[in-house]
Write a protein that binds this ligand. Structure first.
Ligand code: ATP
Length: 429
């Protein structure tokens, strides 16, 4: 018996199609020709800052069984023909890659996958690793997709989640999606905890907003709960097919521990501890920034407008707060915050003139002359201003961006077994 791993990436464009759909289509084709696949296909999210991504930088891999070399050839033919037929090859930015691999997954393949999640790679990097391990590489046009295709095959999944994707019939591509929002809310309430990121207030998060073939996607901890959830979601249009993927979504696989600020690089995603050095500020557009520092240097951290109420948390930070920030460094060198742990809250206080024995607050008697009471006239020469500690609206604890702003790879606090901190109660300023 033979096993062939198939990796596919970069088949879609902003105008349509989706690598998950093409993979699901191919798996159906293979099954209808009598082939069996092993386990669930894998949807692997790669570096969120990769410059050529269309949307969520996802690549897909699956494993097919074959009885003979001839059958392996048939599998290759079906895969290549389907990618040729369905990929958005007319789009300049679509450069598909397909990888076939029959051996055991090697350390170098695992390392390559982790690099594709945490760094920016070149097509030659993928071709070199593929050659080393004897993987067969097919690049269409520029063939950039071979990076994702190889990474999807090699990616280790110690932690994993699942996503069930339903697909529309082609006549409906680009039309408004007919999903009953109330049924999604009910499904969320019934399966909450085991499924996640279904809704965000009035926003129905399972529904994409692109012309792609996906009708909706439900994410969760097990295939079983996803099947249960699908039964609960009511839709008023035909579902052509659905598929459950095993994924690295919501596992923080993109996050690496940074020993110090100085060693962090642009387009990398990190967990980094440090001290808040200045008071957070809002800039035009509603984006909020503060400076994080450690012994090695400092970096600007940002909570952008789409993170909505999360900005209220960031605005309540004060200099001296000890925090751990999780996020990725964008092209401008700013660390985009995904979540933050306020480990040690600095004391917030005001300095006031002392109180007089008569109960009134004293006034300054002039430079270096102490204080005098405006009511009874009592004077004190050496008395100093007194510190009054104020209660901070922000408690120590973890805070995360809302569902609508969450990155595919970002691990929710609920998945980390952590309950989030209290949000400041007043409205965003
Ligand atoms: P979708 O999420 O809708 O499938 P996408 O966002 O995955 O679309 P692609 O069309 O797959 O976007 O394009 C991403 C491209 O970037 C692919 O060619 C992929 O091989 C490449 N790529 C992925 N990760 C990296 C990386 N770390 N460094 C360089 N290139 C990468």
């Amino acid at each position: 018996m033979y096993r062939i791993h198939v990796g596919i990436d970069d088949t879609d464009s902003p105008d349509g199609m989706c690598t998950t759909y093409i993979s699901c289509f191919i798996i159906h084709e293979l099954k209808s020709c009598g082939f069996t696949t092993e386990g669930y296909p894998r949807l692997i999210r790669l570096n969120p800052f990769a410059p050529h991504k269309t949307r969520g930088n996802g690549a897909v891999a699956f494993t097919v069984r074959a009885e003979s070399e001839d059958e392996m050839d048939d599998i290759r033919d079906i895969v290549i023909r389907s990618v040729e037929e369905l990929a958005e090859l007319d789009n300049e930015r679509t450069n598909p890659g397909v990888v076939f691999y029959t051996g055991e997954i090697t350390d170098s393949m695992r390392e390559f996958a982790i690099s594709a999640i945490r760094r920016i790679l070149k097509i030659e990097d993928a071709r070199r690793v593929a050659e080393e391990v004897g993987a067969e590489v097919h690049g269409f046009k520029r063939g950039r997709g071979v990076i994702g295709a190889l990474a999807a095959i090699g990616c280790p999944l110690e932690d994993r989640t699942y996503e069930l994707l339903t697909y529309r019939v082609p006549e409906n591509y680009g039309k408004p999606r007919q999903i009953d929002p109330e049924s999604v809310r009910l499904m969320d309430a019934e399966t909450g905890g085991e499924t996640f990121d279904n809704v965000d207030g009035d926003y129905i998060a399972i529904e994409p907003h692109t012309p792609c073939p996906i009708l909706y996607g439900i994410r969760g901890e097990s295939p079983e709960v996803l099947l249960r959830a699908m039964e609960m979601v009511r839709v008023y249009e035909e579902i052509e097919r659905f598929c459950i993927f095993e994924t690295n979504q919501h596992t923080d696989q993109h996050i690496q521990d940074a020993g110090s600020i100085a060693e962090m690089e642009t387009f990398g995603c990190y967990r980094i501890s440090g001290e808040v050095l200045d008071s957070p500020r809002v800039i035009e557009g509603g984006h909020v920034f503060f400076t994080l520092g450690d012994d090695s240097g400092k970096i600007e951290c940002g909570a952008y407008e789409p993170t909505k109420d999360f900005r209220k948390v960031i605005l309540e930070l004060i200099p001296g707060d000890r925090v751990t920030v999780y996020g990725g460094i964008g092209a401008q060198g700013t660390l985009n915050i995904e979540k933050i742990h306020l480990e040690r809250a600095a004391e917030l206080y005001v300095e006031e003139n002392p109180l007089c024995t008569c109960g009134r607050r004293m006034k300054s008697a002039g430079r270096n002359k102490g204080f005098k009471c405006p009511s009874c006239g009592r004077r004190v020469r050496n008395s100093r201003k007194v510190k009054r500690v104020l209660e901070r609206p922000l408690r120590e604890g973890y805070y995360e961006v809302p569902t609508c702003a969450r990155r595919h790879l970002s691990k929710q606090l609920v998945r980390m077994g952590i309950s989030g901190g209290c949000y400041p109660s007043e409205g965003f300023r």
